[in-house]
Design a protein around this ligand. Sequence first.
Ligand SMILES: NC(=O)c1ccc[n+]([C@@H]2O[C@H](COP(=O)([O-])OP(=O)(O)OC[C@H]3O[C@@H](n4cnc5c(N)ncnc54)[C@H](OP(=O)(O)O)[C@@H]3O)[C@@H](O)[C@H]2O)c1
Length: 247
Amino acid sequence: MITGASSGIGGALAVELAKRGASLGLVARRAETLSEIARTIEAAGGRALVLPADVRDADSLRAAAERLRSEIGPVDVLIANAGIGPTRDASELDAAEVSDVININVVGASNSVAAVVPQMVARGQGHLVIISSLAAYRGLPRSAAYCASKAAVSAFFESLRLDLEPKGIAVTIIHPGFIKTPLTAGREAQMPFLMELDDAVQKIVRAIEKQKKSYAFPWQLATIVRAGMIMPIWMYDRISRKNSFRE
Ligand SMILES: NC(=O)c1ccc[n+]([C@@H]2O[C@H](COP(=O)([O-])OP(=O)(O)OC[C@H]3O[C@@H](n4cnc5c(N)ncnc54)[C@H](OP(=O)(O)O)[C@@H]3O)[C@@H](O)[C@H]2O)c1
C-alpha cells in the first residue's frame, strides 16, 4: 500500500514495485491520476487497486486498507509517502498552511500506519516505510513547516521501530535529498545533487528490499547534512543562509 501514489516518487515506486511482482494498493486524492498509474501497471502484467483517499481522514484510510485486504490480501508493506512541501519565508508565516503540512505529512503518515498496523501485529509480520527527507535533520530557510514535519515523522517512525520490531514488523526511514518531481519542479533556487526520479526510485527500492532501518541519499548531500548536525550554531546559520535551497 503506497500513499501519494498519484505522482512523483509514489507513482514511480508503484510502477517499479509492480515490475518486481508486488500487487499494489494506490492511495491519493486524485482518483483519475491513480487510475492512469494502475493502467500502466496492469498493461505491464501487474496488479493495482485504486484507493482514492485523503490521508488526513483516518476512517477513509482504514476503509481503503480493508478493501485492499479483501480484494488482494493482507498488507505486507506500507509506504507512507504522501506529502507536501510549500516554500514560505517565516516573515509571511501562514498558520493554515503550517497546519496542512503537519496534517498531511505527519498526521497522514500516522493515519496510514494506524490503518495497517493492527493486522501486521496480529500476523507477526509487516514492513512500515516512511519517505522522510534530509530536511528532517536541521531547520532550513523558508521551510519551517516542512522541516518540522519531516523531523516529526523521522522520530515517530524511530519510536515505531523500537516498539514494533520485536513483534516482527520492520521499519525503514528513507531520507532523500532533492529529486526531480512535481514537488521540486518550478523551484528556481539551486538544488545540489538533484537526482533523476528513476535513479532515486532504484535506491529507495533497494533500501526497502534490504529492510534498512534508515537510508539517507545521495551520499554527498547526506554527508553535508550530517556535518551540519555537529556544526556550532553560528557556523550552521551562516552557511544555511548563504545556501538557501528555496528562492
Ligand atoms: N521530491 C523531492 O525532492 C523529495 C525529497 C525528499 C522527500 N520527498 C518526499 O517524498 C514524498 C513524495 O514527494 P514527491 O516529490 O513525489 O511529490 P509529488 O509529486 O508532489 O507527490 C505528492 C503525492 O502526495 C499526495 N498527497 C498530497 N496530499 C495528500 C493528501 N492529503 N492525501 C493523500 N495524498 C496526498 C499527492 O496526491 P494527490 O494530490 O492526488 O492527493 C501526490 O501523489 C513527500 O513526502 C516528500 O516530502 C521528496
